[in-house]
Design a protein. Structure first.
Length: 317
């Protein structure tokens, strides 16, 4: 579970909740190894907080998100189709059959960004709180909390052995790669909150960590990345004198002095491996239905595998 869902679980720990984990949202169906790792940790966490049980859902998106992203690029403003529009509707509805059959009346789902941040993002209360089915209510009650607020909840209410899974690197064979944009940002959040990332699911050398930070911040950041990094920098400035001299103190001091003034413009760019897959699928969907029916029905899955291969082949790209 990530920062948002872990904080949500800890806030409702006395309600004896179920946990729901979806395979196919941010972990590709091809990555069986990572899904196995995530399932193991979710089950361990469930036992620690005495949940009623785990619900695991396998989801294969029936929509061609690549083509939809191209068609709605202006409305999504740099976000992808899944995060910008579909996730907020799909995720709460995926649990509907299981929830109804188990007599569950309330579904809690965490928001990814605070309500005061205006961005094309489906993972927010305006959407979640408008979703309902049968006699079940979908509740998002953390939308006024910042990312650092949630980190502080994890610090206050966390338990021994708690591991976070925030990684955006879908090809990684471990819980967190430690070098992708979300890993680097989450590590910074944990450090300024006085937590050790290596005790919460990461495996990094803190003395080398700043190299990843500076490399990350030299790139153009999305509006959401800027929002979260500004929050981290402000927290670092508050905490710069709270830690004894050492590696952690040095990291906080450097974070406190970072300026993001150069991050004034953002242009969404598409990786080549994703562009290739989308071009193939766009050609396919441009064909008449009669011709499409003669094409191998596994084309969509195969183009996903091609994208996965190209993304992870250093010799090709």
């Amino acid at each position: 579970m990530g920062v948002d869902s872990t904080a949500m679980l800890l806030r409702h720990i006395d309600e004896k909740t179920w946990t729901v984990t979806v395979w196919g949202s941010d972990i590709p169906l091809e990555n069986i190894q990572k899904w196995s790792i995530v399932k193991t940790y979710v089950k361990k966490h469930c036992k620690k907080v005495r949940c009623k049980g785990n619900i695991f859902i396998v989801f294969e998106n029936p929509l061609n998100t690549g083509i939809l992203e191209d068609d709605f690029v202006n409305e999504l403003k740099g976000n992808d189709w899944w995060g910008g529009l579909q996730a907020g509707i799909t995720l709460p509805l995926l649990v509907a059959p299981v929830v109804e059959s188990n007599g569950i009346k309330t579904v809690y789902i965490a928001s990814g960004i605070p309500a005061n941040f205006k961005f094309s993002w489906s993972d927010r209360p305006e959407i979640y709180n408008a979703v309902a089915f049968a006699n079940v209510k979908v509740i998002c009650d953390d939308f006024e909390m910042s990312r650092m607020d949630k980190i502080r909840i994890i610090k206050e209410k966390g338990f021994p052995g708690l591991k976070l899974r925030v990684c955006l690197n879908s090809s990684a064979k471990k819980l967190n790669c430690g070098t992708c944009a979300k890993c680097v940002r989450t590590i910074a959040s944990l450090i300024v909150a006085g937590l050790d990332p290596n005790e919460l699911g990461f495996n990094i050398d803190l003395s080398d960590y700043l190299q990843h930070v500076m490399k990350m911040l030299r790139r153009p950041l999305s509006p959401t990345d800027v929002y979260f990094w500004v929050e981290i920098i402000r927290e670092a400035r508050k905490q710069r004198k709270a830690f004894a001299k050492g590696v952690t103190n040095n990291i906080i001091e450097i974070l406190a002095n970072i300026s993001l003034k150069h991050q004034s413009s953002y242009k969404h760019s598409m990786p080549l491996h994703t562009l290739i897959r989308r071009k193939i699928m766009r050609i396919y969907y441009s064909l008449p239905i009669v011709l499409r029916e003669k094409v191998d029905p596994r084309l969509h899955r195969r183009t996903r595998l091609l994208e996965y291969f190209l993304k992870n082949s250093k010799h090709i790209l």
